[in-house]
Design a binder for this molecule. Structure first.
Ligand code: URA
Length: 233
């Protein structure tokens, strides 16, 4: 059994404070009856909750697509700098939402956050070879030999062994990179090794999940049923 306000706030659509007001204003129905109090105990899997007549679905886990902007850390908390969790409703932080993998502070693009630890583990495990697709701009002209070097895999000067990866040249200084690994600064390090330092980096996709281009940097939404189905496959 869980508190009604916690369950409703868990959707991320209202804060706990707002839920309290909704309940007091008689706008929340539990199985068709006006909810008595925000701290009423309910079994979220057994009852139907409606707010202003609209059914509020209960899901055990939350899955969020964030268009990470540059300038925020991929972390759940930091004493000095803002993190991706600061961009999301507080109720999700309390639910234990955490990023799946990491983007550098200056990298933008697709970041998935969830409290489903099992899925996080599968998406990050090297065993499952989940492709990560990046768009990069670089400070020197790309050449076909760069594509070949990525395809062959490379060992960087610092000893980092990078498995074969995809590089597709879009224009002299723009490319798409596909990696199945996620080592620290890997795209930047691989391109820098080829003499093409990265000036801008954005993640476009992770496995079957593509960044929704309708999301401005800093905006987020929950995954659709279809996206979640594809991801779990
Ligand atoms: N590779 C990088 O260098 N940075 C990122 O943020 C992600 C992949």
């Amino acid at each position: 059994m869980e508190r009604l306000d916690k369950v409703i706030a868990g959707t991320g659509r209202w804060s706990r404070r707002e839920v309290k007001d909704l309940v007091r204003q008689g706008r929340v129905l539990v199985d068709g009856q006006c909810a008595a109090a925000p701290d009423e105990k309910i079994d979220p899997e057994q009852v139907e909750i409606r707010v202003d007549g609209e059914a509020v679905g209960y899901a055990r886990f939350t899955y969020v697509m964030l268009h990470k902007p540059a300038g925020v850390l991929t972390a759940t908390e930091d004493s000095r700098q803002s993190t991706v969790l600061d961009l999301l409703p507080a109720a999700w932080r309390k639910k234990g939402l955490a990023p799946v993998g990491r983007l550098d502070k200056d990298t933008e693009g697709l970041l998935l956050l969830t409290d489903d630890g099992g899925l996080t583990h599968r998406l990050l495990s090297p065993k499952y070879h989940v492709d990560k697709l990046y768009y990069a701009r670089v400070a020197a002209d790309l050449e076909p030999s760069d594509e070949e070097a990525f395809a062959a895999g490379m060992t960087l000067d610092d000893g980092l062994v990078c498995r074969p990866a995809g590089l597709e040249i879009l224009s002299a200084r723009e490319c798409l990179v596909t990696l199945q690994e996620g080592k620290f600064h890997q795209v930047k390090r691989m391109l820098a090794y080829r003499g093409k330092p990265v000036t801008y980096l954005k993640r476009l996709a992770m496995g079957p999940l593509r960044l929704d281009e309708g999301l401005a940097p800093g905006a987020y939404r929950t995954l659709t049923e279809e996206e979640l189905g594809l991801l779990k496959k």
